[in-house]
Write a protein that binds this ligand. Structure first.
Ligand SMILES: C[S@@+](CC[C@H](N)C(=O)[O-])C[C@H]1O[C@@H](n2cnc3c(N)ncnc32)[C@H](O)[C@@H]1O
Length: 326
């Protein structure tokens, strides 16, 4: 059930169905003959849903109305059982587009965590593609397997799941895309560089600024990757009701940062970056990976400002992506 099958037509035995009550509360059930859904609002017989079209409204024995729909993948990933924290849907959407995940692509992912990103990647590569997920915790791998298989109605033909550390276990070559969602993605750069095809793309998802800095600097340090790009997205939902049209009071303030970098061909030297780093960016106070920007070594320039001061400087480039040939 990797595509259209099981996603269209009347409800049948074995379908996963989401029941939404008048207050917007969602309940996910698996339909089967003779089954009953119970809540404090009464009970709904599965037989009242079997054979009916998606989008039907059923009532409990106490009169509560429920809208019955098959869950979208976005609903499913947010409500499924979790081991590790999942990639939030707004970020999964960014990964699929910015990492250019295409039908038939060969993708490596680590860690599989709860299987949320695995499910998105599988949908994007399709049955002709490949997603090989690595997860070093056996308990999380098991949760990921159950979540993915429940959504797709069984084993997905394009999915392989390996329990183990990516650095030790990665056995794929000719990989188009790699997605890393873990604490220390920089530890995997060597393994990933060996697996990616020239022009392939690495995408990392990290939660903190210290991780962001480290992975970007280590990518710059590594001659096999071209200049990385980093960003985050913020999503603000709106309340729209009559004259009350305004942003919602609450929003998800922070989820994570994304970094992408392309794999260069073996033996080439990346052209020197034209844009010089901000003064002081790699000054005396800078202690992480060596200065890589500008192709220069880490020696602080005499006029270098302390990092804290450099951080106050206006940004050197527009947040918009500059795709013009330089
Ligand atoms: C935040 S979770 C991933 C969540 C997943 N992307 C999802 O959407 O459900 C991070 C996972 O990476 C795993 N991990 C960390 N380093 C790893 C490595 N080197 N190889 C394999 N798995 C790793 C951890 O055990 C953890 O389960």
């Amino acid at each position: 059930m990797t595509g259209i099958h099981g996603r269209r037509g009347p409800f049948t035995d074995g379908d996963t169905v989401q029941l939404t009550d008048p207050k917007g509360r969602m309940h996910t059930i698996t339909l089967h003959e003779g089954g009953t859904f119970h809540s404090h609002k009464g009970k709904v017989e599965h037989s009242d849903l079997l054979g009916r079209p998606e989008g039907s409204v059923v009532r409990s024995n106490t009169g509560t109305a429920y809208v019955a729909l098959r869950p979208l993948l976005i609903d499913y990933t947010l409500s499924m059982k979790r081991g590790a924290t999942i990639v939030y849907p707004k970020d999964a959407a960014q990964v699929l587009v910015e990492a250019d995940i295409f039908p038939g692509a060969r993708v490596v992912e680590a860690g599989a965590g709860s299987g949320a990103m695995s499910s998105w990647l599988l949908r994007a590569v399709g049955e002709q593609g490949m997603v090989h997920s690595y997860e070093r915790r056996a308990d999380f791998a098991e949760i990921a397997r159950k979540n993915v298989e429940r959504f797709y109605g069984g084993p997905h033909p394009a999915w392989r799941l390996t329990v183990g550390d990516l650095v030790e276990e990665l056995d794929e070559t000719d990989v188009d895309r790699v997605f890393l969602d873990m604490l220390a993605p920089w530890e995997c750069l060597d393994a990933v560089a060996g697996a990616l095809i020239p022009g392939g793309l690495l995408c990392c998802y990290v939660a903190t600024t210290t991780q962001l800095s480290r992975v970007v600097e280590e990518l710059r340090e590594d001659d096999r990757f071209y200049e990385p790009r980093s960003w985050e997205t913020m999503l603000r939902t709106w309340h729209v009701e009559g004259l009350a049209v305004r942003p919602d009071h609450r929003m998800i303030g922070h989820t994570g940062f994304l970094v992408v970098a392309r794999r260069l061909a073996d033996g080439v030297e990346a052209p020197e970056r034209r844009r010089r780093p901000a003064k002081g960016a790699y000054g005396q106070d800078y202690e992480a990976a060596r200065a890589a920007a500008g192709g220069t070594a880490a020696a602080p320039a005499p006029e270098a400002k302390p990092a804290a001061e450099a951080a106050q400087e206006p940004p050197q480039e527009s947040p918009a992506r500059d795709t013009a040939a330089e």
